[in-house]
Design a protein around this ligand. Structure first.
Ligand SMILES: *Cc1c(COP(=O)(O)O)cnc(C)c1O
Length: 208
């Protein structure tokens, strides 16, 4: 990875042994999208792994990850922030998070609409959550071969970070964007964290 870009190895669906192999090769940051799955892998694996939650998080499942998760990339509501803060307080921890922004053409993707998030940040409600630290923005781009569209989405996220960083304050500097099929475009557009799964671990088998 180029300087300034952190690789998050997305290990969802893959067994702990494969994570251990990547760990032995020096990788420390891993991403999962299901709280229980992350929890059972956490139990099995070295404790200096940095765990990144990248999937939609239901408030009743926060308890599975709050004691150890490093950062939640997929914050999509104020309600989730409030619940995450409660669990962080219980664990006497500070948890980092990113706001997920929905910029893609597909309905299926989650996250804040851009205007909605700008309004939310300007209102300042997020400042009530003393055990959480806002670190930046995340997006999943449209799945398309149209590189122009993907670039447009990544540039929009970068511009939003520039606009919101002075309002949020210090440390709001992370742009989590780019996956196996579009990480090069993401890096060219200023990504600081790429989330790569299949290129590292191979195709996922959801039938198991
Ligand atoms: C699965 C997933 C990834 C990794 O996708 P690959 O195409 O396997 O690199 C990245 N981000 C999110 C949010 C994911 O759910």
């Amino acid at each position: 990875m180029p300087a300034g870009v952190e690789l998050i190895a997305i290990s969802k669906t893959h067994p702990a042994e494969m994570i251990q192999e990547a760990y032995n090769a020096g990788q420390r940051a891993f991403g999962e999208n299901r709280p229980q799955e992350m929890n059972s892998k956490y139990e099995l694996l070295p404790k200096d792994i940095e765990w990144h939650m990248i999937g939609h998080l239901q408030t009743n499942k926060i308890k599975y990850i709050a004691p150890f998760v490093k950062i939640v990339h997929s914050v999509d509501s104020d309600r989730l922030l409030a619940a995450l803060n409660n669990e962080a307080v219980k664990c006497k921890r500070t948890i980092d998070y990113l706001f997920e922004v929905h910029l893609a053409q597909e309905e299926s993707k989650s996250g804040w609409l851009a205007e909605e998030l700008k309004r939310y940040v300007k209102e300042g409600t997020f400042r009530n959550y003393g055990n959480l630290r806002p670190r930046g923005l995340m997006t999943v781009a449209t799945q398309t071969d149209d590189k122009k569209e993907v670039e447009r989405e990544f540039r929009t996220l970068r511009d939003m970070l520039k606009e919101l960083a002075p309002i949020v304050g210090d440390g709001f500097d992370t742009l989590s964007m780019g996956m196996t099929h579009d990480y090069q475009t993401a890096i060219a557009c200023g990504s600081t964290m790429v989330r790569i799964g299949s290129m590292i671990f191979g195709e996922r088998d959801y039938s198991k």
